[in-house]
Design a protein around this ligand. Sequence first.
Ligand SMILES: Nc1nc2c(ncn2[C@@H]2O[C@H](COP(=O)(O)OP(=O)(O)OP(=O)(O)O)[C@@H](O)[C@H]2O)c(=O)[nH]1
Ligand SMILES: Nc1nc2c(ncn2[C@@H]2O[C@H](COP(=O)(O)OP(=O)(O)OP(=O)(O)O)[C@@H](O)[C@H]2O)c(=O)[nH]1
Length: 441
Amino acid sequence: MAKPIVAVVGRPNVGKSTLFNKIAGKRIAIVEDEPGVTRDRIYTEVEWLNYKFTLIDTGGIEPESEEIIPAQMRRQAELAIETANVIVFMADGKQGLTASDREIADMLRKSKKPVILVLNKVDTKEQSPHYYDFYEIGLGDPIEVSSALGLGIGDLLDEIAKNFPDGAGEDYDEEVMKVAIIGKPNVGKSSIINKILGENRVIVSDIAGTTRDAIDTPFTDGEDQYVFIDTAGIRRKSKIKEYVERYSVIRSLAAVERADVCLLVIDAKEGITEQDKRIAGFSHENGKGLIIVINKWDLIEKETNTMNQFTKDIRQELSFCEYAPILFVSAVTGQRLMKILDKIKFVANQNAMRIPTGTLNEVIGEAVLLNQPPSDKGKRLKIFYGTQASVKPPTFVLFINDKELMHFSYQRYIENRIRENFGFEGTPIRFIHKEKAGGDK
Ligand SMILES: Nc1nc2c(ncn2[C@@H]2O[C@H](COP(=O)(O)OP(=O)(O)OP(=O)(O)O)[C@@H](O)[C@H]2O)c(=O)[nH]1
Ligand SMILES: Nc1nc2c(ncn2[C@@H]2O[C@H](COP(=O)(O)OP(=O)(O)OP(=O)(O)O)[C@@H](O)[C@H]2O)c(=O)[nH]1
């Protein structure tokens, strides 16, 4: 199930980043626990009580000139309205209500999304002297916090959780393949979508289990049901230039959260960029199926080895998602474009594949025989048995004698053996290690 998305908006300097960092806590300290995965501060995964959500920082308003602030704030609010399930609107409890606050509040109220009004910088037990002024903007009772001191954050998180929509993210039936088409601006995402939809596919306005807004495009191909997620966002162009990059990253993140399979579209002329790595990282970390689509292949002058060389470069740049199949296509000539749907279906199935425990343990047993587990100070790693606990992504629990003894390289070896035997092409695989007493002599 996709996690709800929460966005924080507000004027420059009210303390949005401070709140973000407070909630993100230690997790924001860029941890490279997997080589090659690019992380950044645009979003963080939050766990609060039984809830999990993604907090996004729509930030980035540079208060260079007073005139452009309102325009940028409107854009920021639009972004939050389009992508978030719950919006936290932050104002400054010391400074009080301002004209820009009123303007943004109007937009947020009209959006009909749940909005939580937060007054920041209330650093003592005393209520903000401006507290009652904020009733005027019609966003309900303000919640007072001090992001700097960490006061009131628990109450705020409770309030956020209360506003999650019922069954957030469970919008389509299980058999509908949800596809996010992600990538930088101008790489050809909408051209690909249009071309695929143009080829005799039936665009349906109603699909099993949906009550969705018009941002998605559901369609069928024979018996198969698909939905391209957030196609509206792809077609709309952002007006404010500085926003384009960040906007498309946040947009991609929101789409990835809801998808089963992500198509990462790359411009063949440009190759892999930092932003592509970051977006591929979202897909990987969220356990989604991933297909790399190299578009505009018609523009590349080809020699014998061009495709191999490209593949090599991609594997090197995106080493953490080696499992992703690569397709070389052209939305203009239509070359190999129709292979995309087959690949999506294939990868969606791989992402949801379940291996029976018996078969899995045969493979693990054989792997252990072929390549002895590592040992440290005379103690050797033992894998007692494994079982697949869940799908999307396939997650395996390995019962072992000592977690300390399971090294990354051995884990990788087991993963490779599992992939060789069962495939799992296009999907990340996760492992959970559980220590179990016994048999350890
Ligand atoms: N007294 C007090 N100051 C705070 C609090 N939270 C943030 N600040 C201060 O307010 C200033 C702005 O904080 P930021 O978190 O950078 O604000 P922002 O809203 O992210 O600003 P932009 O990035 O410009 O949009 C900093 O000097 C913070 O130290 C608070 O709870 N109490
Ligand atoms: N030569 C060539 N041009 C292409 C191909 N695919 C797209 N283009 C061109 O690239 C430009 C951008 O294509 P779009 O489909 O709008 O790209 P997008 O990724 O949806 O762009 P944003 O909406 O900005 O995110 C257009 O001028 C297309 O005609 C291709 O396969 N070959």
